[in-house]
Design a protein around this ligand. Structure first.
Ligand code: NAD
Length: 488
């Protein structure tokens, strides 16, 4: 009989167009089974040094290509990822714990779109020009790529968020060293295998795998990396800001949120309820834009709560590769514990858990008993000061509370340190505009959620970030501008 040894997947760094083994590795888990299934390079200074050197060497040629040449290569890469969409989706689901459905319909299509979008938008930028006839002068601006871009991404939307940085960085003519999350490195490694075929020259995209403390920090501290684009937690962003300060690096920081949904009594509940369930629990609540504080106007509070809980209970938790499942596994054992603890703390403070964690039974298939699963959980009777209403939980947990007036709810919605995204539900157009203007939030969705136009700025206020990314914003971030004056 054949021995069934389950070979571990072993990733390698991608530096200067070559896959390079590392001297030590980190275990990576399949969140839906709890098994170690992959080894990720535990890179440090040495590997980052080699990657930065490769990126520096590739810069002169890549930056001197025309936008059209770069655009063609980005489009080719998009096509290649799209061709392997199913393999990428399977890998993302296995590595991250998210449902195969979400990976197939959101993560990978968006990664493809990121390359196509910036392949197109890079062709359409115009620089400025002004004239001063009295002085006999004209002025114009010129934009040039900055150099080696350091890109650091989180584990919740692995390839989606990494390509949201790589695409604009290389479209603008920079070369990059990317460091994906050590917990979700597989799809970035798969992408590296397609770069040569797409025509990306060696050294233009380098990927160094490893932890934040070792590989991430080596990148942040490297003197030849003038720019860091980071997506992750506010705490890590503070550390990155500190570490990069001596080098005066340019930073773009996309951080956490504690996003409110404000539901007025004239909202169309048939739209609002399923969408707010989705905005609370999509991707296990592990999206920076997920709703976690739901403010419902008093008149419809009881009806909303009843219907909302009924809808949340319909969401099936289980094996991520089952296409009928809505909620997959959380990223790690530690993260599951952290999320569960928030629910316990809320209960200890006197809040009521209406469904999910600790209330309903969680039946899992036999292969998933050791996975990191949790049911969609709805908490109510919770105070605004409670940690569940103030801190980012980043799991399938949402709080529902009542409010009376518009003035009151704006103040309460703004009463957290974060300011990333908000949703407003109301049939009154005037009110929708008024409230949207007063919310301290980089994004406000009214009567919808997560509808994005990549042309427009994305990013957060307050502790949710610094800077914006989008067609124009990313172009400005990833290029250095110069004002030139000509006297004639
Ligand atoms: P994290 O901050 O722990 O890690 C993010 C990345 O930073 C990882 O690659 C990690 O290895 C690296 N890192 C950690 N310490 C570092 C250091 N000292 N120096 C350099 N790099 C370091 O975040 P996470 O847990 O992976 O992701 C979840 C967080 O990301 C949540 O707070 C979520 O809201 C946020 N997020 C924000 C957005 C957004 O666009 N605003 C999108 C997705 C996720």
């Amino acid at each position: 009989a054949m021995a069934h040894s389950k070979a571990l997947l072993v990733l390698e760094n991608f530096i200067g167009g070559k896959f390079i083994p590392c001297s030590s590795y980190i275990d990576s888990y399949n969140p839906s089974t709890g098994d170690v299934y992959c080894k990720v390079p535990d890179s440090g200074k040495e590997e980052v040094e080699a990657a930065v050197k490769a990126a520096k060497d590739a810069f002169p040629i890549w930056s001197s290509k025309s936008p059209l040449e770069r655009s063609r290569i980005l489009n080719k890469l998009a096509d290649l990822i799209e061709h392997d969409l199913e393999a990428f989706a399977q890998a993302e689901s296995k590595d991250q714990g998210k449902t195969i459905t979400f990976a197939r319909t959101v993560d990978i299509p968006r990664a493809v779109h990121n390359f196509r979008f910036f392949a197109s938008s890079i062709l359409h930028h115009v620089t400025e020009c002004t004239e001063m006839p009295a002085m006999g002068c004209m002025h114009y601006t010129s934009r040039a790529p900055v150099g080696v871009a350091g890109l650091i991404s989180p584990w919740n939307l692995p390839l989606y968020l990494l390509t949201w940085k790589i695409a604009p960085a290389i479209a603008c003519g920079n070369t990059v060293v990317a460091k994906p999350s050590e917990m979700t490195s597989v799809t970035a490694w798969m992408m590296c295998k397609l770069l040569e075929k797409a025509g990306v020259p060696p050294g233009v995209v380098n990927v160094v795998f490893g932890t934040g403390a070792k590989a991430g920090e080596a990148l942040v501290c490297h003197p030849d990396v003038p720019l860091i684009s980071f997506t992750g937690s506010t705490l890590t962003a503070q550390r990155i800001t500190e570490k990069s300060a001596p080098h005066c690096k340019r930073l773009s920081l996309e951080l956490g949120g504690k996003n409110p949904a404000i539901i007025f009594d004239d909202a169309d509940l048939s739209q609002c309820i399923p969408n707010t369930v989705r905005s609370s629990f999509a991707n296990q609540g592990e999206i920076c834009l997920c709703t976690s504080r739901i403010f419902v106007q008093r008149g419809i509070y009881n009806e909303f709560l009843k219907r909302f809980v009924a809808e949340a209970k319909k969401w099936k938790t289980g094996n991520p590769s089952d296409p009928t499942v809505n909620v997959g596994a959380l990223i790690s054992k530690e993260h599951l514990e952290k999320v569960r603890n928030y629910v316990k703390k809320a209960q200890a403070e006197g809040a009521r858990v209406l469904c999910g964690e600790g209330v309903d039974p969680l039946a899992l298939p036999s292969g998933n008993q050791k996975g990191y699963f949790m049911l969609p959980t709805v908490i109510t009777e919770v105070k605004d000061e409670s940690c569940c209403m103030q801190e980012e939980i980043f799991g399938p947990v949402t709080c529902v509370v009542a409010f009376d007036t518009e003035e009151e709810v704006i103040k309460r919605a703004n009463g957290v340190k974060y300011g990333l995204a908000a949703t407003v539900w109301s049939g009154n157009v005037g009110r929708v505009h008024r409230v949207a203007h007063r919310l301290q939030s980089g994004l406000v969705w009214t009567n919808c959620w997560l509808v994005r136009d990549l042309n427009l700025p994305f990013g957060g206020m307050k502790a949710s970030g610094i800077g914006r990314e989008g067609a124009k914003d990313s172009y400005e971030f990833f290029t250095e501008v110069k004002t030139i004056t000509i006297k004639h």
